[in-house]
Design a protein around this ligand. Structure first.
Ligand SMILES: [Zn+2]
Length: 98
């Protein structure tokens, strides 16, 4: 499979934006629809990750903004699996918005 595959997001938390859209928060992993685990190999059911099939992995990247506002951490293994070559250091949001 190509490295530029379309992954969605699985995250440890969720919130709802003013438009009523469910968006991910907390720690985000890349997840391919139709599978039961994240790209780094976590079982969704066992790790209590929530699925966000309508949110693309690209939307939770800090530089693209999109749906990243409440994401505190991107899984570095998923990020690597998605082929982020530049800026490989994992990042953590120091002070998440209240
Ligand atoms: Zn992961």
């Amino acid at each position: 499979m190509a490295k530029t595959k379309q992954a969605s997001v699985a995250a440890s938390g969720t919130w709802t934006d003013p438009d009523g859209q469910r968006l991910p928060s907390g720690e985000a992993h890349a997840w391919l629809q139709g599978t039961n685990q994240t790209l780094c190999g976590l079982a969704l059911s066992r790790s209590r990750l929530l699925r966000f099939p309508h949110v693309a992995w690209q939307d939770v990247q800090p530089e693209s903004g999109g749906s990243a506002d409440y994401i505190q951490r991107l899984c570095p293994r998923c990020a690597a699996a998605m082929g982020r070559r530049r800026d490989e250091r994992p990042w953590t949001r120091e002070s998440p918005r209240p």
